[in-house]
Design a protein around this ligand. Structure first.
Ligand code: 4AD
Length: 437
């Protein structure tokens, strides 16, 4: 309850079930309306749910009837009335309206039930998020974030926040966002990983969760310029154990959404049978096996090439849950990945590929813990050692085997919601050529 006055409870629509038979007041927006002549049916929404308000000509004063008649889509109002059980309505309850206080009569609303083009909708993203489908996606996103935090909080991880303004790169220099830092240069974080490695040496198991920036000139349905990444880093955890944690983690997130977001998944029309199988363990393929299988399917690809979206999709189609591709060639992966001691031409890493063509959702690896080898990699990758002195220190003062990974939130939301494009997975997407609103 928000407040109480004269026998009247100020509630949200989500609380209506607890107030059956009682007089209440609700702050809301008009989502839609129809009339049978004698009754006006107001579709009301307040962010916690939808409710129908009944305004009966014979039961209300003329000014209330008139106020209801004049309401336009997205007008804001307080309604007062009695909550009544109604099995046929969406929420199971409706409101028999006795009074309406209009806060603002909205101007003609640009987003109507007719079809709009994507550019139009993105230009009006600040309003588009009010639609039932977008609201459902944002609710599921919030639930995914909650489940992610819950998993790590319940499994002995400490949350640590790496910086967003950084002096150097983590994932190569080609897609860095540059900015001035007084007289120096700085870059927006591409990944908090290197800092999380420092934090793991202090706290054991840690995770970060924050925005990540990549000035990627790719205009695909999987790429954002600003996206959110969860990055766990674990001391004394090797590649193998890291994969076991990843599969338990992803299965936990999917199963939690299935348990808690049934209504939202139905609103967006997600085929949940596609998610029910997502339980640990996940299938695995080495990079070598993947290359051989792809060649057998007629793909023109050789050992040493990286996979593109069509390759990932073809591989993922064989499975009903995400698949790990492990042991990529050293040459196509990041400088910090630990070579396989039995086969130094490949690294102890894995990408997790989501089913149904959603592509890579996790990239992770065991990290190089040997100071000499790390120094060699710096030289090979022409990384200025001076900028990374602190990172090399981690290998000088009590270096230990450690592993970590990064899960892209928006790709995960796109997959769980079954969306064509990541642009709908984040409240205000930042994409190539789109910085508004
Ligand atoms: O594979 P990536 O580049 O891994 C890293 O950044 C590591 N440093 C993480 C770590 O080990 N701590 O990115 C990790 C994930 C990808 O699997 C993908 O889900 C997501 O981040 N991602 C993007 N999502 C949306 N738009 C983009 N441009 C993305 N680039 C990566």
């Amino acid at each position: 309850m928000i407040g109480h006055m004269d026998n009247l409870s100020f509630i949200t629509i989500g609380q209506a079930a607890d107030y059956a038979g009682q007089r209440v007041r609700i702050g809301c927006w008009l989502y839609g309306k129809r009339s049978s002549g004698k009754i006006q049916f107001l579709q009301l929404r307040d962010g916690t749910g939808l409710m129908q308000g009944l305004v009966a000509r014979q039961d209300v004063a003329d000014d209330v009837w008139e106020a209801a008649r004049r309401l336009t889509q997205e007008s804001s109002l307080y309604v007062t009335g009695t909550v009544k059980e109604d099995a046929r309505s969406v929420s199971g309850y409706e409101l028999v309206v006795e009074a309406i206080d209009v806060i603002q009569l909205a101007e003609p609303y640009p987003i109507t039930p007719k079809e709009h083009g994507v550019d139009f909708l993105l230009d009006h993203r600040h309003l588009w998020i009010r639609s039932p489908r977008q609201r459902a996606i944002l609710k599921i996103r919030a639930e995914i974030i909650r489940a992610i935090r819950q998993f790590f909080d319940d499994n002995g991880f400490t949350q640590v926040d790496p910086p967003i303004l950084t002096p150097s790169s983590c994932e190569g220099t080609t897609n860095l966002f540059h900015t001035k830092y007084f007289d120096d240069d700085a870059y927006l974080s591409q990944s908090g990983q290197l800092y999380m490695e420092a934090a793991a040496m202090a706290l054991g198991r840690v995770y970060s969760f924050g925005p990540t920036f990549r000035a990627e000139k790719s205009k695909t349905r999987r790429h954002l310029i600003e996206f959110w990444m969860i990055e766990p880093e674990m001391a004394f955890v090797d590649h193998e154990e890291s994969l076991r944690i990843q599969e338990r983690f992803v299965a936990h997130v999917v199963q939690t959404v299935l348990e808690r977001c049934g209504r939202e998944l139905a609103t967006i029309g997600r085929d949940v049978s596609k998610l029910e199988a997502v339980k640990a363990p996940f299938p695995r393929m080495t990079y070598d096996e993947a290359i051989e299988w792809l060649r057998g399917q007629g793909f023109d690809i050789s050992w040493g090439d990286d996979f593109g979206a069509p390759h990932e999709t073809a591989i993922a189609e064989q499975f009903d849950r995400p698949v790990f591709i492990t042991h990529y060639p050293t040459g196509i992966k990041s400088f910090y990945m630990k070579p396989d001691p039995n086969r130094p031409e490949v690294v102890l890493c894995a990408d997790l590929i989501a089913p149904e063509g959603y592509g890579e959702i996790i990239g992770g690896s065991q990290r190089i813990d040997d100071p000499k080898l790390l120094a060699e990699r710096f030289a090979e990758h022409k990384l200025p050692e001076d900028d990374y002195r602190w990172y090399l220190d981690l290998r000088r003062y009590g270096s230990v085997p450690h592993s970590g990974f990064g899960l892209g939130l928006e790709r995960t939301v796109a997959w769980i919601c079954g969306l064509d494009h990541v642009r709908e997975t984040i409240p205000f997407p930042r994409m190539l050529y789109r910085l508004y609103p």
